[in-house]
Design a protein around this ligand. Sequence first.
Ligand code: BGC
Length: 266
Amino acid sequence: MHKPLQGQIALVTGASSGIGEGVAQALADAGARVAINYHSHAEPAEQLAAKIVAQGGDAFAVGADVADEAQVDAMFDAVIRRYGTVDIVVANSGLQQDAAFRTMTLDQWHRVIDTNLTGQFLTARRAVHEFERRGPRAVSKALGKIVCMSSVHEVIPWAGHVNYAASKGGIQMMMKSLAQEVAPQRIRVNSIAPGAIRTPINKDAWDSPKALDKLLTLIPYGRVGEVEDIGRVAVWLASDDSDYVVGTTLFVDGGMTLYPGFADNG
Ligand code: BGC
């Protein structure tokens, strides 16, 4: 099997479950050595690392709260100690703290902005420092690749989730502005904007037949996404196959951003 990321080193934040876990597995399957970041649950991250090793790959788990500058630095230091450097950084950590706007607390606002937006800022900034510190490597045309995990909610407004939608809208312009700034150094920065992917974060939206029927009215392609759908796109965005893709958001959403409510309406 062709392994497009052979010889490369990847760090995936928030990789102990959900999309991050799927992305870490896909990058490992594509030949990368993978650092699996977790925040509070070491065990699933360690299990994933053990599984990848058992499959003949190389991975290890590294704890850090991506909203904390010192912990982000310590996480990168651990990856560099273990693997020498990093080529691919997937800034994936994200959470929801849903509340009606009128009752949303400042703490709920901060938790989401701190993890989803500031966390990606801190992760991407240290990635840029590391790519520039170590210079070009023969394993990739780019000096380094950053993949930001966004959401369809970087463009679709989401009542009851103002903090989350604001964080993803922020990621859109952070990613593009950063991509413009570091493209001359041959650092490629792009985003993936998943739609509804079957993970713990949105379990309520798919785990009963009634909820699933309602959710499917938002998805023209007629199925909920799986983490493998995102993993495959992450591999492509991290590989030389996408070497000319710079500053783009790739929507992987079964058509959710096509506004299906207008199909027989308006
Ligand atoms: C959210 C999910 C939601 C999906 C589509 C994602 O970014 O985290 O909870 O199902 O967007 O609305």
